[in-house]
Ligand binder design. Structure first.
Ligand SMILES: Nc1nc2c(ncn2[C@@H]2O[C@H](COP(=O)(O)OP(=O)(O)OP(=O)(O)O)[C@@H](O)[C@H]2O)c(=O)[nH]1
Length: 302
């Protein structure tokens, strides 16, 4: 069994920085990490990657022949990779013996809730290489500052979860910046827990531009609530504790903590099983994050 993460999220949400930071953290606690860059538009990589899609296909080439734009080009690259999945499989085979794999994907979100190629080739790899993967979807916490954007982020997360059919963790990234965006309408746990979206309605109603879509937004919120699948954890990639908390959650979702993997004693004590239950960890973390990054906020009522 081989464990790893599929790192996705809209452009600029922090995927490449995440892969870099996460691999450094995991290496520090004793895991051998291999990063697989599947974003053909990633030209200046901050990390050393074990496999790079660039060796198979280049975005600039498909933008010349068959003359596609950047979005169409990325779709083409993913389809090309799906057709040539043997290439990736052969590159991964020597790594899966003892590595933890991080897949860095492109930021085109339609690749993960409309387009089929990424899902299909991941499923093939999961079967052929016995992978245990968790999708880590990064969402820039800036989207919490506007109720309409937040609802879009929720819909994106839900559609991706349903489409990908893999263990999934949604992350509000760059949480260290949350205090710089001004006052949020609610406490941070409102955005992470996604419990009662009816409170958003009032704030959506304040904006005359959204008046026309009031009923639609309300129905969409009901769909999100009825599924009851979406919630978020938070991440500041430069903060060791923050990455540590996220690793605990991911390890539980992809089964790393339940496996008989030869984790070192140090790693086991640091990461695998903490005293707190993971759900409690999330509650403590959100409260701590609110205190750390939103200190000058007055407490709010929902
Ligand atoms: N403050 C802060 N900045 C971050 C964090 N994570 C990423 N960033 C910054 O966000 C910007 C975008 O990060 P990237 O890692 O390039 O994002 P990406 O999702 O890979 O972007 P694309 O490749 O365009 O899809 C960079 O300037 C990062 O330094 C974080 O946790 N905190």
């Amino acid at each position: 069994m081989v464990f790893g993460q599929v790192v996705i999220g809209p452009p600029g949400s922090g995927k490449t920085t995440y892969c870099n930071g996460m691999s450094q953290f995991l290496s520090l606690i004793g895991r051998k990490v291999a990063i697989v860059n599947l974003d053909p538009a990633n030209d200046a990589l901050p990390y050393e990657c074990a496999v790079n899609i660039d060796e198979l296909i280049k975005l600039e080439d498909v933008m010349v022949d068959p003359a596609l734009g950047p979005n169409g080009g990325l779709m083409y690259c993913m389809e090309y990779l799906e057709k040539n999945i043997d290439w990736l499989e052969s590159k991964l085979k020597p790594l899966v013996k003892d590595h933890y794999i991080l897949f860095d994907f492109p930021g085109q979100v339609e690749l993960f809730f409309v387009h089929d190629s990424s899902k299909k080739f991941l499923m093939k790899l999961i079967k052929s290489l016995d992978l245990r993967l968790t999708v880590v979807q990064l969402i820039d916490c800036h989207l919490c500052t506007n109720p309409g954007n937040y609802v879009s982020a929720l819909l994106l997360s839900l559609s991706t979860m349903i489409h990908m059919e893999l263990p999934h963790v949604n992350v509000l990234s760059k949480i260290d910046l949350i205090g710089s965006y001004g006052k949020l309408d609610f406490n941070l746990d409102f955005y992470t827990d996604v419990q009662d979206l009816s409170y958003l309605q009032h704030h959506l109603n304040q904006d005359p531009r959204s008046a026309k879509y009031r009923k639609l937004t309300s129905e969409l919120c009901s769909v999100i609530e009825d599924y009851g699948l979406v919630n978020f954890t938070t991440l500041d990639i430069q903060d060791k504790e923050s990455v540590n908390d996220l690793v605990k959650i991911i390890d539980k979702t992809n089964g790393y903590i339940f496996s008989g993997i030869d984790a070192s004693v140090v790693e086991y004590s640091k990461i695998a099983i903490g005293k707190r239950d993971v759900s409690l960890t999330i509650v403590f973390t959100v409260a701590a994050v609110q205190e750390k990054y939103m200190t000058d906020e007055e407490p709010k009522t929902q």
